[in-house]
Design a protein around this ligand. Structure first.
Ligand code: NAP
Length: 470
């Protein structure tokens, strides 16, 4: 495929291949964009931003509604593209395509309600008779830098609100998974988005990131990815708006009054979906001592039953990781924990990029599988002596993206919500759940800012204050 900038598809001076992570098959090749391509893209987008600013909310909503309709028509192809390039199983690819359409639909609705507010100036001393209100205006150019693990939906979470708010958008998709984003660009063009208002430049984040993040024409960077790159972006961006959706090692607390079957079902889904490569994957399972054995008994058969292999085989429940190197990393962290005294309840084997769904028990909080973001198909179980200890361990992390608790006690559930430092808190479900319209974002090193179209629009618009001196 080609990349899209200055209103047209272009080949670039060189290319790189995109592979199926399961078998290494070459799926396509895409241009290896350069800093000069970013310069051209931004020059074009500066014109596009002016065009977008002239569109009414109704016109922006119509473009997004048409795009959602086209996504519905092409949903099967989009889902397969996601699965092929990312490695998630067919059902998860199909779900991602349908969620992505929903995000564009919700963005279309939100395009019709980008509102300011009336400010009661006459309640300020000496301001009698004055009238004030705010106006929300587009930022101009939004840069959307996206990770590999949801190569369509997370692009839509940035592009949908950016267009709804009246901006031009530069997409820099992950190099492992650029094909879904390029297909989305064609859909937006087919839906009537002015071609100058969008660019998608493929290529190395290291090279392109510098050119994007330091450029003063980019007024807003919306980044989803690792802490290390997010931190670099925050340092490089200068005076511009930045949203950072970063990693996590999400805790799930299982108290002694929990519905253990429900907890096991939720953890078996949340620890292994997308081969554990979800920012809100359940990773650290914190169980109260009296229920640890029964919980593991309920969880183990569910995890053992997860068939691994080719993500394009409808019977597969856990596909490959995005790169073999990541499967090797997960393998080495698990082996390290076992060497330090953790118990392997099930799993622990690797075949190429496929890592067997794994449960580790008797994990101590200082082990790397607990401290760092594992981003693989394994959960680690740590026993706690009390609710206090469980909450303290849930918070004993630099991250704060999502957490879950299983309890039937309403006051313990509220204590969890009040005391666990996390952007998303789930009562009687695991850390991994998201409705695309809800405000979503992390605390601590999990990031800054919120996604969900309504909330992202706030961050992709500038607020102007108008004072009427009568
Ligand atoms: P990553 O390595 O940080 O890459 C993310 C994006 O940043 C890619 O497009 C990458 O391009 C680009 N990039 C690399 N270096 C850059 C630089 N110096 N400047 C600007 N951009 C640069 O992350 P990943 O491995 O794709 O994704 C996994 C991470 O994302 C995990 O930590 C996960 O938790 C996090 N994540 C968070 C959320 C959330 O909502 N909080 C959601 C999903 C994923 P290249 O691919 O070309 O290197």
């Amino acid at each position: 495929m080609q990349m899209f900038l200055e209103g047209r598809w272009q080949s670039g001076s060189s290319a790189f291949q995109v592979h199926n992570p399961h078998n290494g098959e070459v799926l396509d090749s895409v241009p290896l964009g350069t800093a000069a391509d970013i310069e051209s893209a931004l020059t074009g987008l500066a014109r596009g931003a002016k065009i977008m600013r002239q569109l009414s909310g109704y016109e922006r909503a119509q473009i997004l509604r048409k795009a959602a309709a086209l996504m519905a028509e092409r949903e099967v192809e989009l889902g397969r593209t996601v699965s092929l390039e990312e490695g998630k199983i067919l059902a998860e690819g199909a779900l991602e395509a349908s969620r992505a359409r929903e995000v564009i639909e919700v963005s279309a609705e939100e395009a019709r309600r980008v509102v300011g507010e009336m400010v009661p100036l006459d309640s300020a001393p000496g301001a009698k008779g004055k009238f004030g209100f705010t106006l929300r205006v587009p930022c101009g150019i939004v840069a959307a830098i996206t990770p590999f693990n949801f190569p369509l939906n997370l692009v839509c979470h940035k592009v949908g609100p950016a267009i709804a708010a009246g901006n031009a958008v530069l997409i820099k998709p992950a190099s492992d998974t650029p094909l879904s984003a390029l297909k989305l660009v064609q859909i937006l063009l087919d839906a009537g988005l002015p071609p100058e208002a969008i660019a998608c430049v493929t290529g190395s984040g290291k090279t392109l990131g510098e050119a994007i993040c330091r450029d003063h024409r980019v007024r807003k960077i919306s980044f989803t990815g690792s802490y290390e790159i997010g931190d670099w972006i925050a340092r490089s961006a200068g005076v511009k708006r930045v949203t950072l959706e970063l990693g996590s090692n999400s805790p799930v607390i299982i108290l002694d009054d929990a519905d253990l079957e429900l907890a096991a079902r939720a953890v078996a889904a949340a620890g292994y979906a997308n081969a554990g490569q979800t920012c809100i994957s359940a990773q650290r399972i914190l169980t109260l001592r009296p229920v640890t054995g029964d919980f593991l008994d309920a969880l183990k058969p569910r995890v053992v039953a997860l068939k691994t292999g080719d993500q394009m085989d409808p019977d597969t429940k856990v596909g490959p990781l995005v790169r073999e190197a990541d499967a090797c990393r997960v393998e080495s962290w698990v082996n390290e924990a076992v060497g330090q005294g953790a118990t392997l309840v099930t799993g622990g084997q690797r075949r190429g990029a496929v890592y067997q769904p794994t449960i580790l028990a008797q994990v101590r909080p200082e082990m790397r599988v607990s401290r760092e973001e594992l981003f693989g198909p394994a959960v680690v179980v740590t026993e706690c002596g009390s609710v206090d200890e469980a909450i303290a361990l849930a918070n004993d992390t630099r991250y704060g993206l999502a957490a879950g608790v299983f309890t039937r006690d309403i006051s313990r559930a509220m204590r969890f919500a009040n005391e666990v430092d996390s952007g998303n808190l789930h009562i009687n479900w695991s850390s991994q759940w998201r409705a695309d319209l809800m405000p979503y974002g992390g605390l601590k090193d999990s990031g800054i800012g919120k996604e969900g179209p309504r909330y992202a629009i706030r961050e992709m618009t500038e607020e102007k204050m108008v004072v009427w001196h009568s």
